[in-house]
Design a protein around this ligand. Structure first.
Ligand code: CIR
Length: 259
């Protein structure tokens, strides 16, 4: 049973962290509507949506992906690189402990979940403005009891590793090769985003489909030509907050009805 943990758009979203984008006016009501459409898309793909308690005073709370890495064996509570985001993790830890044993990333390590791309038993970890090499070492240590391969990947020009590359099918990645070196992922195949859509590499895979921003139509066409089923969602206001489709959920399998 796939679970998708989400968290409501905060009324303070306009005060979000921004790193690579200029601040634009964000229509928070519209962002909330986009988020509802996103949750509906997750449900149509078979996920049970479990909402974490809202955090109206935390502008970036909707981006739950950054607060944890949930694997089959364990959930690792992140230590977000932006200090303003660290208070987001406690409520998520409280929720995830119903499903998994917890471990934590501790200082001086900083890690945003958006920097962790799992492909099979490999975790690619972005070294970015949010996540550091200490986090790569910490994750390697925490996951020692299980057979994961942890691979550091340099990220430049965008916020997170998953802004630059995501998995869209078996053995198939979608990437912006300007932000990450495609060779790092060999022998996986890499489908490049359209040059006109540098921010289009962030897709959320569920089974044989990807949830994907409707405003990246050129890259959507490339995905469909590659045989990937695309489920478009509106994501314009969320994108102004430097968020995308992976950021708004924590997806994992459970056989427990703990929710
Ligand atoms: C931030 O800068 O932290 C938020 N405004 C956006 C976080 C997006 N998260 C993600 O890509 N995983």
């Amino acid at each position: 049973m796939p679970i998708a943990v989400t968290r409501a758009v905060s009324p303070t979203l306009a005060d979000c962290e921004l790193t690579h984008l200029p601040r634009q006016r964000i229509d928070v009501a519209r962002a909330a509507a986009e988020h509802l459409a996103y949750e509906a898309a997750l449900r149509t793909l078979g996920a049970t949506v479990v909402r974490a308690p809202p955090a109206p005073d935390l502008p970036d709370a909707v981006f739950v992906e950054d607060t944890a890495i949930v694997l089959d064996e364990i959930a690792v509570i992140a230590r977000p690189g932006a200090p303003s985001r660290r208070p987001e993790t406690e409520a998520i830890a409280g929720l995830l402990q119903r499903y998994r044993t917890l471990a934590r990333i501790e200082a001086p390590a900083t890690l945003d979940g958006g920097d962790v791309l799992r492909v099979g038993r490999t975790l690619y970890v972005g070294v970015s403005s949010r996540s550091n090499r200490e986090a790569v070492a910490a994750l390697t240590g925490l996951l020692g009891p299980w057979d994961y391969r942890v691979v550091a990947v340099e990220v430049t020009g965008c916020l997170h590793l998953k802004s630059a590359v995501t998995e869209v099918g078996d053995g198939l990645l979608l990437a912006n090769p300007r932000w990450v070196s495609a060779g790092r992922f060999a022998p996986l195949e890499v489908l490049p985003v359209s040059d006109a859509e540098p921010g289009a590499a962030n897709a959320l895979r569920i089974g044989d489909a990807v949830v994907f921003p409707a405003h990246h139509a050129r890259t959507a066409r490339r995905l469909e030509e590659a045989g990937v089923r695309v489920v478009p969602v509106p994501c314009v206001e969320i994108a102004k907050a430097e968020g995308g489709v992976t950021c708004c959920s924590l997806l994992f399998e459970t056989d427990s009805l703990a929710a």
